[in-house]
Write a protein that binds this ligand. Sequence first.
Ligand SMILES: [Zn+2]
Length: 306
Amino acid sequence: MPRIVPDILIRHDPPGEEAGVDLVPVVFDSPHSGNVYPADFDFAAPVEVIRRAEDAFVDELFASAPKHGAALLAALFPRSYVDVNRHEHEVDTLLLNEPWPHPIVHSHRSARGLGVVRRLVRATVPVYDRRLSVTEVQARIARYHQPYHEELQVMLDDARGRFGAVWHVNCHSMKSTARGRLRADFVLGDRDGTTCDPAFTDLVATCLRDLGHSVGLNHPFKGAEIVTRHGDPAAGRHSLQIEINRGLYMNEERIEKSGGFDRLRQDIDRLIATIAGYCRDRVTTRTARPGSAPRDCAPDRTAGSG
Ligand SMILES: [Zn+2]
């Protein structure tokens, strides 16, 4: 049974060794796929525009993680309400009707209206027709942002405590185009090699390319608060951000799955298996079992279709 904190998060742990699943020190998290809109959101922008900020269906794409011995955490609230991929003091002062009572963490994101609570949903579309109070923003951080990070921290600490190291994949989606140009199928972000072992980034990139996908590295997305906060490779904590091109699996205007969804989910399943095998090998050299780790990432196209 998943652990559910209503309106906040859902956590899926692997079934465990008694169910014949080898646990692996791997945690996936989907911080932006939530669509439970809080009653006090009080946004003014059109709901269909607000909803396009969701990383819709990303949690479903990674839903097979527990079957491979990994854990999966997903936010239930929308990122447009409060964004866990921002520092809690990454505040856009133009959003507020009074000064923020803490030192502000400045970033190019908050300067564009995309701070911990968004002021803009698109470059020129305000989320609200009013300014927010400090109390209102702080309540969102206390009720949603902090519990999400605390849950993720516990999951990462548990895995690292048990295995001595943990690999964390922070899962997102991106618009299919930027300035009229098609983006890569995937963009991996390790903040220029600082939030995980570069060998892990290489593993994921190679697997995705073997599956026929184009992969960009650290551009235009290099990772933000979550991988910065939880990645510390020298301490055995590896965090990698993965952005998936929405054009592969959904209609971006209508926020509906497309015919490509099942095919992509199969590819993600192969990726999860490859990551699980890699991480299992890295922590179980003393009890290595030859042939137990799935390394082959070649596409298996015998089942299903795009
Ligand atoms: Zn995202």
